[in-house]
Design a protein around this ligand. Sequence first.
Ligand code: SF4
Length: 463
Amino acid sequence: MPEKIQFNAEMIKRYDTSGPRYTSYPTAIAFTEKFTEDDYIQHAKNSNDDLIPSPLSLYFHIPFCDTVCFYCACNKIVTKDYSKADVYLKYLYKEIEMQAALYDRDRRVEQLHFGGGTPTFLSDAQIEGLMEKIRRHFNLYLTDDGDYSIEIDPRSVNAKTISVLRDVGFNRFSLGVQDVNDKVQKAVNRIQPIEETKAIIDACRDNDARSISIDLIYGLPFQTVESFNQTLDEIIKLSPDRISVFNYAHLPNRFKPQRRINAEDLPTSEEKLEILQLSVEKLIDHGYVYIGMDHFAKPDDELALAQENGKLHRNFQGYTTHSDCDLIAMGVSSISSVAGCYSQNTKNSDDYYKAISAGHFPVVKGLTLDDDDLIRRRIIQQLACHFSLDFEVFETSYGFKFTDVFARELEMLQPMVADKLLAIDDDRIQVSSSGRFLIRNICMVFDVGLRKKDVKERFSKVI
Ligand code: SF4
């Protein structure tokens, strides 16, 4: 059983800084336009040549939303013109054909995810058509053994849609909720009665969903400790398998919708910290395990079990039990991670349509990882997922002495050792229960990209 985390508000305040969430390493700011379509094609082809090629993880970005949530920092297209989805799907189908042609057909799709935007902006028939297209070109499970998940906006679906989603193969459902308080919902332009959310969760359960997760956000306008306590009560009653509690970063200069949120309506940083403390303590008291970086899961959930067994990983979809997959991401702005490279599609839908029409992959930037990147990625993954790092594992894999090669980083960790956030002995780094909430700060020590001037500020606050 993982150690219960100790929430130390004073310490968290002291270490409050900006930093990456490490869904990739190196992070997206290291991607360069020197990485081209040809590089991606070469990496994709190489990935088939491994003795045992990795299974696949597929991601599909559906960028449309029919209303805008004012806190939104996602890549999306806000429209009520549903015909735009037909146009988008036409090009997405073409990308599916082009991508599938690069990979051996027998490579199993272990994981599949629809994200957005709002994937359920698509009609039931469009989702059925898209899944059929994917099945025609990739080797999806015919049984329920894959991890096939979709982000759901409870405002845009009904019980029938959930049964369609289940029939076409989705078994994990992720619901955006954020906050159940009326005043907060109004201030962020996301009116979503709790009854609506409950009805969709009931439908997921009636259809034997393998897991249900709920996203919450703290730091939204008019939130107070009391109001968020009520939100947590309502969510805990719904008993989702996984709960994420994300921090709202108010950056109106970067994200246009956020300009419609009044800064003076936001909770102060002290209040935010209290809300966070309340969330952590309450969820743990109600039996949830703290997985790391905003995520909680029931102890029998596969994420918690994978963490316990040393098999948890992290990718662009957050924590995952699938370590060894090559991730092929399709649609605007999506990022693939294949055989030691990252490759990002254009964020602009017109450019996406133009590239695909011309028979090109819409790659605009990416990165080929060198040996140092690969080793540091493994270190950061290990710390972020398991809160400990065994030097011998690295020494056996790479043939170097960890304490020599990373002497500088071990030195940089010393102030955190003094603050009892972690311990370092001859064999390992062990993050303490109070250090778990500052795992991003600990990982940042191994991130050479952050050593450049002003880079850190480009990320959100770690808490
Ligand atoms: S938060 Fe999600 S649903 Fe809301 S506008 Fe952004 S992408 Fe769309």
